[in-house]
Design a protein around this ligand. Structure first.
Ligand SMILES: Nc1ncnc2c1ncn2[C@@H]1O[C@H](COP(=O)(O)OP(=O)(O)OP(=O)(O)O)[C@@H](O)[C@H]1O
Ligand SMILES: [Mg+2]
Length: 225
C-alpha cells in the first residue's frame, strides 16, 4: 500500500525527515507517534503528494508519488483521504458544501454526490448539521466534518493528522472510535498523534518518529521495505 525508501525532506538546514524507510500493508492501522516537530505532518504530506521529498522514493499503491506529473496527482489523491491538522473547513459554507467539494472537483453527478455526502456525514454522526455553516459548529463537530470530507471519496487509505488535537478527552475518544470503525470497514489508516490515550485506544502498530527519523516500529518487520 505505502512504501517509503530512504526518504528525506529538508527545510533549509532543518531536516524534517531523515532517511525514512518503512512500509504499510493494505488493511493496517498505523499510529505515527512522536513529539512536536518530529516530522509527522511532513511525512503525511509527502505520502499525500502535497510535498516533494528531497531524497528517496515513495510508492503508494505501486505508484511513485514523487515522479507523478501534475495531472496524475489528483488521480492518486482520489484514493486517499486526508484529515489535516487544522480543520481547514470553509467557515462560511455549509457542512454539506464543505464535504461535497472533493466530489464536485471530480465531476461526480449531483444526485450521487448527495447520496455519498449523506452517507459519510451519517458515518461520523453529524448528518443533522448538513445545512449549518461549518464555522458555527463545535470543535468536535468540525473534526467530524473533516473526517466526513476525507472519507466521502471512499478512500482506500485515510491519513489523519492529529484529528483529536483540539478536543477534550471524551470527544477524542469518540474520534478514536470513529477511526477504528473506518478501519474495521476496510480502510487502511495512518494516524499521526502524540496523544497517549488515543494511541492506546487505537491499538495499532506504532511508528515512532523523532527529529525526522523512525526510532522504533512496533511491527516485527521494522525497517523492512
Ligand atoms: N513549510 C515549512 N518550512 C520550514 N520548516 C518546516 C516547514 N514544515 C515543517 N517544517 C519543520 O520541519 C520539522 C517537522 O515539522 P512537522 O510539522 O512535520 O512536525 P510534526 O511532527 O507534525 O509536529 P506537531 O506535532 O507539532 O504537529 C519542524 O522542525 C518544522 O519546523
Ligand atoms: Mg504536525
Amino acid at each position: 500500500m505505502i512504501r517509503l525508501f530512504h526518504v528525506s525532506k529538508f527545510y533549509g538546514r532543518c531536516s524534517a525527515l531523515h532517511d525514512v524507510t518503512f512500509h504499510i500493508d493494505k488493511g493496517e492501522k498505523v499510529i505515527l507517534a512522536g513529539p512536536s516537530g518530529a516530522g509527522k505532518t511532513t511525512l503525511l504530506r509527502v505520502i499525500f503528494g502535497a510535498e516533494v521529498p528531497d531524497e528517496g522514493q515513495i510508492l503508494v499503491q505501486n505508484r511513485n508519488v514523487a515522479r507523478l506529473r501534475g495531472v496524475d496527482i489528483p488521480y492518486l489523491r482520489r484514493t486517499m483521504g486526508f484529515v489535516p491538522q487544522n480543520f481547514q473547513l470553509l467557515p462560511q459554507k455549509t457542512v454539506y458544501d464543505n464535504v461535497v467539494l472533493p466530489l464536485i472537483i471530480q465531476g461526480v453527478k449531483r444526485r450521487e454526490a448527495r447520496k455519498r455526502v449523506g452517507a459519510s456525514l451519517k458515518a461520523v454522526g453529524v448528518e443533522h448539521k448538513q445545512a449549518v455553516r461549518a464555522g458555527a459548529l463545535s470543535a468536535g463537530e468540525q473534526q467530524r466534518v473533516c473526517i466526513a470530507r476525507a472519507i466521502v471519496n471512499r478512500p482506500v487509505l485515510l491519513l489523519a493528522d492529529e484529528p483529536t488535537g483540539n478536543l477534550d478527552e471524551a470527544l477524542a475518544d469518540e474520534i478514536a472510535a470513529l477511526l477504528r470503525t473506518i478501519h474495521a470497514q476496510g480502510t487502511t489508516v495512518l494516524l499521526a498523534t502524540h496523544n497517549q490515550r488515543v494511541m492506546a485506544q487505537m491499538q495499532g502498530r506504532v511508528l515512532h518518529l523523532r527529529a525526522g527519523r523512525i526510532v522504533s516500529d512496533s511491527d516485527a518487520r521494522a525497517g523492512a521495505a
